[in-house]
Design a protein around this ligand. Structure first.
Ligand SMILES: [Zn+2]
Length: 130
């Protein structure tokens, strides 16, 4: 490979090396990668905490046997509609999953909370088919 003059992505020092080399030293490569990982996990932690909070709200409402809401009701409780784990578009509504809870949005004025049956609650007899 051709040796080129490069600029280190961490410290900005100039160095020569293979055309795919990005850092002047192992230290600078480690500093860069550790910083990148730190930022990645900050983002993951933020999203995970929003999803956990949404699930907590859905579970609390379900435990109170409250099922039907408006978008405003849920926003008022701190629910963040941007974070969910999956969704399915149906005719006339969308079902959003927040781990083992789901809610079905018919309109801003009609949102229904539906708990998923947890897989461990099922008996083995119904799952194993020989
Ligand atoms: Zn460097």
């Amino acid at each position: 490979m051709k040796l080129n003059e490069k600029k280190c992505k961490t410290c900005g020092d100039k160095f020569t090396g293979r055309s795919d080399k990005k850092f002047c030293s192992t230290h600078c490569r480690n500093v860069y990668n550790n910083h990148r990982k730190e930022n990645y996990f900050k983002g993951v932690d933020f999203i995970a905490s929003r999803i956990i909070e949404n699930r907590r709200i859905l579970q609390a409402l379900h435990n109170q046997r409250k099922i039907q809401f408006t978008r405003f009701d849920l926003l008022h409780l701190g629910f963040d509609f941007r974070y969910f784990t999956n969704y399915v578009e149906l005719t006339g509504s969308t079902v959003y999953y927040v781990h083992d809870f789901l809610y079905q949005v018919y309109s801003d004025l009609q949102i229904m909370i539906i708990p998923l049956q947890h897989p461990t609650r099922r008996t083995f007899k119904t799952e194993i088919m020989f």
